[in-house]
Ligand binder design. Structure first.
Ligand code: HEC
Length: 137
């Protein structure tokens, strides 16, 4: 009983202390995504003007993975979708840091890969963007 508790405590204490995600900072950092992603509301309002290489990110947090009917997703992320993956802030933060690694893990297929070639290695910046995207719905 005590042993697992203690190892959990050690894990918690050993984790780097990250600041609370900051949606305002995330909005600024979103400029790194705009070459490939726009954010357009269902009524056509452009929250962020951007490219079309990646899907529109309106309301992404809370949505099932790869659920935009207007976008042709890669096989890897579709396999993650088939496993029932849903975007929450934690999943999104992990995905942004390494989309390929996330797709392998979420699909359960070591051979799977992501069509998103961009990585945002800083956990804090990824969490800020996830917090920002959670406000867009
Ligand atoms: C070089 C282009 C490119 C950049 C830059 C880029 N993305 Fe992507 N993104 C893509 C592509 C392409 C996909 C589709 C992935 C697939 O089908 O495997 C995607 C998929 C996604 C998805 C999954 C969408 C869904 O419908 O499930 C999210 C979330 C996402 N990107 C967020 C971001 C964020 C946030 C940034 C900025 C930090 C970013 N992307 C930067 C190209 C890009």
């Amino acid at each position: 009983m005590l042993k697992p508790l203690l190892s959990t405590l050690v894990l918690v204490l050993a984790s780097p202390v990250l600041a609370e995600p900051d949606a305002a900072k995330g909005e600024t950092s979103f400029r790194k995504c705009k070459s490939c992603h726009s954010i357009v509301a269902p009524d056509g309002t452009e929250v962020q003007k951007g490219g079309k290489t990646g899907p529109n990110l309106w309301g992404i947090v809370g949505n099932p993975v790869a659920s935009n009917p207007d976008f042709k997703y890669g096989d890897g992320i579709l396999a993650a979708k088939a496993k029932g993956a849903v975007w929450d802030e934690a999943q999104l933060t992990a995905y942004l840091q390494d989309p390929n690694a996330w797709v392998k893990q979420a699909s359960g297929d070591e051979g799977a890969s992501s069509k998103m070639t961009f990585k945002l290695p800083k956990a804090e910046e990824a969490a800020d963007i996830a917090a920002y995207l959670a406000t867009i719905k």
